[in-house]
Design a protein around this ligand. Structure first.
Ligand code: PCA
Length: 201
């Protein structure tokens, strides 16, 4: 049995709910295909999120890492293609606002996802879930986490599949804000399908 570290985030900015937290809660401890899921909730904090995920990798020594984040306003499940060495934008939950900073001073400009992102999109389509590859994870905490994980894998010569999936809002979140939304159970099912692609990668 292989071990998957599956991360999600706490609520942030004007999103009082983060559906990724519910997905990891639902899947924590479950076995999907030959993968046992280790769920880990991350803070939306530029100074803490990377630390937490790298500590979890150190502790659990997973065979793959999938990080999930909410992209409120997106209509589809979007596996991210690339993380960039830049953080910028809105305030995090600790009140910090980065202004176009490097995430790793001497790190690569970007790292490509090592997840089988096209296979994931194909599998979601085969199960009638709208999905497409995204070419930008933005510059907020999600991009930060994706970058830090891929950078650490590179530094430590860990050849494991790792990357990031942005998901749309849940209906519960959309009750409070006007935006495209999915049922929480479909979001969870979509992530299960994504996990089942790992062996194909
Ligand atoms: N989405 C944010 C950070 C936390 C989350 O769920 C992002 O897209 O960066």
């Amino acid at each position: 049995m292989k071990k998957l570290l599956l991360t999600g985030f706490e609520p942030f900015l004007d999103n009082p709910i983060n559906p990724t937290a519910k997905i990891i809660e639902a899947l924590d401890g479950k076995t999907i295909a030959s993968w046992t899921v280790e769920g880990k909730l991350l803070p939306v904090d530029f100074h803490q999120a990377g630390k937490h995920v790298l500590e979890a990798i150190q502790t659990h020594q997973p065979d793959a890492v999938i990080s999930l984040g909410l992209a409120a306003g997106r209509q589809m499940i979007t596996p991210e293609r690339i993380a960039i060495n830049c953080q910028d934008g809105a305030k995090d939950n600790a009140g910090y606002i980065p202004l176009g900073e490097k995430i790793q001073e001497t790190g690569a400009d970007g790292y490509f996802s090592t997840l089988p992102i096209q296979a994931m999109v194909n599998k979601l389509h085969a199960n009638t879930f709208p999905a497409q590859i995204s070419n930008t994870a933005g510059t907020y905490v999600c991009n930060h986490v994706m970058y830090q994980v891929l950078h650490a894998c590179k530094q430590q010569e860990k050849e494991i599949p790792a990357g990031f999936i942005h998901i749309p809002a849940s209906h519960e979140l959309a009750l409070k804000k006007t935006m495209p939304s999915w049922s929480q159970s479909d979001l969870t099912k979509a992530v299960e399908l994504i996990i089942s692609c790992l062996e194909e990668g």
